[in-house]
Design a protein around this ligand. Structure first.
Ligand SMILES: Cc1ncc(COP(=O)(O)O)c(C=O)c1O
Length: 393
């Protein structure tokens, strides 16, 4: 079966990153990669901080953080008054969970495509409060309408105190119709937290248009920000109830300052996030999105072909900008979290290729990403090496 051609490369883009050239980095989704411009911006801020720490923390830092927050909110189409900087999606989720005041008899509803660490966080909050965690099963091939139907049927108004749904799932690289889900939940009075860890920089949808009660997104993945940069966007009716995990000096200032001021921390990642967006914008946001999605789709076909997976069995995440794609692994491989991690390490060590291996729904999956620093040859090399490696169980 012939594979459609890869997209035109973005000339010189690899040189914008400091990635090891001996390794194929096909897993931007897990921890991102920070362009040199943003690394330098952060280093300059650290130099400034170390030259006079007292001055750095006490003269203007709060305003610089607020300025950054407004900049990021503008990029994401979010209300700047409802946006708070936070360190990562996991923290944003924990902030929301512990602000809800869950009680025995309440439940938190998720899908079986949710992120593992988020599930752990929900489990702990449920243990602490006596609430329960219920998981809706959503088949990988469900259409958007079917997903909305599953959610509608799964809501228990009066009991479901929060629905957590991913905008783009990690384990299954699947785009969920979050605006429609928020609409359905709203009809039943159920608040929604959208886990949009992968959205900033990759997906064009504006946060305002989704209309969720809570939306959390990482800038340090597809937004090229230094690690430790995320935003939590909160609808007006919830802002006063949102409490930080760590109480500090801005506690009486209300949302968002009370969330953002986390005592003596390193705020330089946040302040350099605009430099990451600058890189994205200067390459052309739409161009980067189309390139990355096209390359991920190409990689999926090339590696899928090598593993003998018919194109019809390759999941299609359902969006022209989704830059992560899944390939089913042969039955029996990587069916558990430990097995998936072990295979991922083996691929990295033997083939010098970083990929994500996921265990989901009783089987193993390879997740490939596309980024501006990737080239078609990297997927071709993986396609050559992987079948042999998988055969040596
Ligand atoms: C869907 C989803 N949620 C949450 C996270 C956690 O992000 P972080 O480690 O930045 O908190 C990830 C990370 O990949 C993710 O994919």
């Amino acid at each position: 079966m012939s594979v459609p051609p890869p997209p035109e490369p973005i000339a010189g883009a690899r040189l914008l990153f400091s990635l090891d050239p001996a390794v194929s980095h096909l897993n931007h989704g897990s921890f991102g990669a920070v362009p040199i411009v943003a690394q330098r911006a952060q280093q300059r801020l650290r130099d400034e901080m170390e030259a006079d720490p007292l001055r750095f923390f006490t003269q203007g830092l709060v305003d610089r953080v607020a300025h950054t927050r407004r900049h990021l909110a503008g990029f994401l189409g979010a209300d700047p008054e409802g946006t708070a900087l936070t360190t990562n999606a996991t923290t944003g989720v924990a902030v929301v969970l512990q602000s809800l005041g869950l009680r025995s008899g309440d439940e938190v509803l998720t899908t079986d495509h949710g992120y593992g660490a988020v599930d752990h966080s929900i489990a702990r909050e449920c243990r602490r409060t006596g609430a329960t965690h219920r998981v809706l099963r959503v088949p990988l091939t469900a259409t958007d309408d079917e997903v909305v139907q599953i959610v509608r049927a799964g809501l228990r108004p009066g009991r479901t105190r929060l629905l957590v749904v991913d905008q783009l799932t990690s384990a299954t690289a699947r785009l969920f119709p979050v605006a429609a889900i928020v609409g359905v939940a709203g009809e039943h009075g159920v608040p929604v937290l959208v886990d949009a860890a992968h959205a900033p920089g990759m997906l064009p949808a504006s946060v305002r248009n989704i209309g969720a009660d809570f939306w959390v997104g990482n800038l340090h993945k597809w937004g090229y920000a230094p690690r430790g940069t995320a935003v939590l966007v909160v609808a007006p009716q919830w802002r006063e109830r949102i409490e930080p995990l760590v109480v500090s000096w801005e506690q009486d200032s209300g949302f968002p300052a009370r969330l953002e001021w986390q005592a003596t921390s390193d705020y330089t990642a946040w302040l350099s996030a605009p430099a990451g967006l600058y890189t994205l914008r200067s390459l052309g946001v739409d161009r980067v999105r189309a390139h990355n999605a096209g390359l991920a789709a190409y990689g999926q076909r090339v590696v899928g072909d090598a593993l003998g997976v018919p194109p019809a069995d390759l999941p299609d995440p359902g969006g022209p900008t989704v830059a992560m794609r899944l390939i089913p692994l042969p039955a029996g491989l990587a069916t558990t979290l430990d097995g998936a991690r072990a295979l991922q390490t083996r691929i990295a060590e033997r083939l010098a290729t970083q990929v994500a291996v996921m265990a989901w729904d009783g089987r193993g999956w390879l997740r490939l990403c596309g980024q501006v620093y990737n080239a078609p040859e990297e997927y071709q090399r993986l396609a050559v090496g992987l079948p042999g490696l998988l055969a040596q169980r």
